[in-house]
Ligand binder design. Sequence first.
Ligand SMILES: Cc1cc2nc3c(=O)[nH]c(=O)nc-3n(C[C@H](O)[C@H](O)[C@H](O)COP(=O)(O)OP(=O)(O)OC[C@H]3O[C@@H](n4cnc5c(N)ncnc54)[C@H](O)[C@@H]3O)c2cc1C
Length: 553
Amino acid sequence: MPKPVIWTVDDDPDVLLAVERDLRRQYGDRYKVISADSGESALEAVKQLKLRNETVALFLVDQKMPRMSGVEFLEKAIEFYPDAKRALLTAYADTDSAIRAINSVQINHYLMKPWDPPEERLFGVVDDLLDDWQASYHPVFEGVRVIGHRWSPQANDIRDFLGRNFVPHQWLNIETDEVAKQLFSSTGAAVTALPMVVFSDGSFLASPPIAAMASKLGLKTKAELPFYDLVVVGAGPAGLAASVYGAADGLKTLLIEREAPGGQAGRSSRIENYLGFPTGLSGADLARRAVAQARRFGVEILAPQEVSGVRIEGPSKMITLADGTQVGCRALLIASGIAFRKLEVPGLEKLNGAGVYYYAPMSEAFSHRDGDIYIVGGANSAGQAAMYFSKFARQVTMLVRGNSLSDSMSQYLENQIAATKNIAVKFKSRVVAVEGSGRCETITIQNTETKAEECVPASALLIYAGAIPRTDWLAGLVERDAQGYLISGQHLMREGRRPAGWTADRDPFYLETSVPGIFVAGDVRHRSAKGVTSGVGEGAMAVKLVHEYLGLL
Ligand SMILES: Cc1cc2nc3c(=O)[nH]c(=O)nc-3n(C[C@H](O)[C@H](O)[C@H](O)COP(=O)(O)OP(=O)(O)OC[C@H]3O[C@@H](n4cnc5c(N)ncnc54)[C@H](O)[C@@H]3O)c2cc1C
């Protein structure tokens, strides 16, 4: 296969020569470096490259060019290569236009000229961008292939599972893809075997349950040791942070995740309010980086694996996993977050996964190119989805129960939505019916004030209707509030008295639950701030408190 391309464009011949030379020296063994001295000539060459079915990994483009600016070039080039990473080369005076471009063409980075020495000021950024690109780049003939019907909920679950567990895979639609038809017929299986997962060694599984796929893919679901210093339940931002800091501090740490690392954040198309990432980053990238960091520090990660119970034996906590096995620990951290709330609407459940999605995977966007998409919810997650899907859909309509977005959404996102032509917001609205044969085709919207109803064509309904904690497995052991959030620290104290059954000779630590040595962090905590940053912060703080607890034993 041809090497992926790094494309650099600059109208200054000296700069172009220098950047081309630096890139070739550093990346020439793995990437083909192509240069052009104007946006127009580069664009012609981009079209040719596309016809030859070659891939672009990165565009590194000068912003200030006379006839076509870097941003204008990128706007056109990404129509051909939407997945390529984009960086602008700017002079100090042009940084404002580069920052504005972050939103219009989703610039991943801007670099200041000059970039000498390149080892310090160029290669670090380019390495990072290429790593991110590689993580979501699926070479055509390698990895796992999923064959199925476009609107099959099971096929959708399989793709979601593979994507969120960072398993490179290719989706093949049996209805439209000749390769899919050929591949499927070569297995000799009956149509009822769909969806089918074909592995790189040529073996395949028909309609596989997630556990069967996990085992075939060699994902780790069994603990190596019987006992750990720290067990963390949930690999969202809070659990990942706690595991990284726990293991970095020398605690033998086990992290257990029911679905896939990343938690809710793993479904975010673009987190813009996380410190240190001025151009934002996707939840998948954040999760992938955190998992790599955790592994580097020696965290053992089980996924997919669910914690179903816990009991106390003296100073130890004994955890039961969904497969019936047990593992013990000195300290336990619950970072199990919150799970989406289901909508009770006639017709909706039957089409779940077939045009109707709770917290839709980003990969769905491609299937709804030029479609009419409706989004339920008015919080940041709904806003991000609207922004992301608007790049593909003809029209996106947000259905919001209240009469403004400001109560529930960050200002920057509200501004972006207001400035996006193909996003409309309908206030005082709710969905009361979903219909379609085999896939979502129409929805009925009710005005909550007048009760007037309208039935509209909808290619997809994406639901971001809030979330609730799922902590039933802790009932009777750990104190929870009326919604199921875990209570910790000072919130456990009633008129200066410690919680019932409390055995330690001290008050509970800030993130400690009603059981000494069981801690809580992130969205599942009663009165937590909610969000990626506070989850990460609490995860880190919990480790500090775990040390204090272990020091007192
Ligand atoms: C689409 C979307 C966009 C968002 N965008 C932003 C944003 O831009 N900025 C921001 O600050 N916040 C954002 N949020 C919110 C943010 O993602 C959450 O606040 C954050 O992920 C909470 O982290 P957490 O670790 O506490 O829990 P979670 O992220 O909910 O992770 C908990 C994990 O625990 C696992 N788990 C649960 N029970 C068990 C069990 N019994 N056994 C094993 N594992 C279990 C779950 O599968 C899950 O992976 C967004 C949320 C969504 C859904």
